[in-house]
Design a protein around this ligand. Structure first.
Ligand SMILES: C[C@@](CO)(OP(=O)(O)O)[C@H](O)COP(=O)(O)OP(=O)(O)OC[C@H]1O[C@@H](n2ccc(N)nc2=O)[C@H](O)[C@@H]1O
Ligand SMILES: Nc1ncnc2c1ncn2[C@@H]1O[C@H](COP(=O)(O)OP(=O)(O)O)[C@@H](O)[C@H]1O
Length: 293
């Protein structure tokens, strides 16, 4: 039986397989259309009941977050306590194992916030469903709702409107980041004229070949602006394009992490080994697409 001290949630990276910027709201937020998917592994948030909320950050990317009182994990805990003061426990001793690079277009912070909402919902026995947690997540960031659900979804609005995309095929994914943080607001600021809404294929139930063909009809509108701010992205994309078995390469979110899609996890892992030996300063992670099945 799981003891309360052992409670944890995985916070997998979010990958935007395409991202179209379709408009701009009056408050400056941009309207998007994006297919978001997840890997099966990533950061990890664990919790033990305690008399106050505390957070310890460990792992290879803990350093950029040390001493930062505004960690999205503690923000998520504070939000739950403020909304459910009677039901929420007095506190929790939280641990974040940070393996995903920070400010890198794969929503690591959003994934951590989402994992914390799911985790404390269990630890404190709040009994909230995914929709309620997702609505709370909106208050923490545009990407948090999709991370709360953690399964393939077509995102629209600024990320709050989510439609499940069931039946995606098995696929291997390699993520590569050149080790440069890219600020999401800066990328949106650097966008040129908006391309607007475009027809998007139906990805439900497609084969792997169908997924690749469909994605080729789409793009990441943030990629040119991110490359202007971080030219290393272009080099990463060129290297990914040259990998054996890479069927589609693109930047995720606002960058700088780029991905390559493979027909199997094994091919993605072999490609990751090549990147690790050719570009030891780059960060890489290989895995398989979580189809949500
Ligand atoms: C671009 C995306 C695509 O999935 O991913 P990342 O690159 O962050 O992974 C997301 O929309 C990022 O979501 P998130 O990182 O939660 O953004 P927020 O914290 O809510 O917003 C940070 C800032 O980015 C800009 N922003 C964000 C989202 C959006 N739809 N339009 C925007 O213009 C705004 O300037 C906002 O103040
Ligand atoms: N747990 C966290 N993990 C990552 N970033 C965090 C976290 N908490 C707060 N942040 C802040 O959120 C910002 C966005 O981080 P992140 O979610 O990693 O970006 P992106 O969505 O571009 O991958 C960072 O600048 C960082 O300072």
């Amino acid at each position: 039986m799981t003891q309360p001290g052992n409670l944890f949630e995985v916070a997998p990276p979010k990958i935007n397989l395409f991202l179209h910027v379709t408009g701009r709201r009056e408050d400056g937020y941009h309207l998007l259309e994006s297919l978001a998917v997840f890997l099966t592994h990533g950061d990890r948030v664990s919790a033990q009941a305690d008399t106050a909320v505390s957070l310890a950050v460990a792992g290879p990317f803990a350093a950029p977050l040390q001493g930062d009182g505004s960690n999205l994990v503690t923000q998520a805990a504070a939000l739950l306590q403020s909304r459910y003061p009677q039901a929420a426990g007095a506190g929790a001793r939280l641990t974040l194992k940070k393996v995903l690079p920070v400010a890198s277009g794969i929503g690591g912070g959003s994934a951590d916030a989402a994992a914390t909402l799911r985790l404390l919902n269990r630890l404190w026995g709040l009994g909230l469903g995914r929709e309620a947690l997702s609505a709370l997540g909106e208050e923490l960031g545009a990407d948090v709702p999709v991370c709360v659900r953690g399964r393939p979804a077509l995102m629209s609005g600024i990320g709050e409107t989510l439609i499940d995309v069931p039946g995606l095929p098995e696929a291997g994914i390699l993520l590569v980041n050149p080790g440069v943080e890219v600020s999401t607001p800066q990328v949106f600021k650097a966008l040129g004229p908006l391309k607007g809404a475009r027809p998007v294929p139906d990805f439900s139930g497609v084969s792997f070949a169908g997924l690749i063909d469909g994605l080729r009809q789409c793009e990441n509108d943030l990629q040119p602006a991110a490359i202007r701010l971080c030219p290393e992205i272009k080099q990463v994309l060129a290297v990914l394009d040259g990998l054996e078995g890479a069927r589609l390469t693109r930047m995720s979110g606002s960058g700088a992490t780029c991905f390559a899609l493979f027909s199997s996890e094994e091919e993605a892992r072999q490609a990751a080994q090549k990147i690790a030996s050719d570009h030891p300063r780059w960060w890489g992670m290989a895995g398989r697409l979580d189809t949500g099945a």
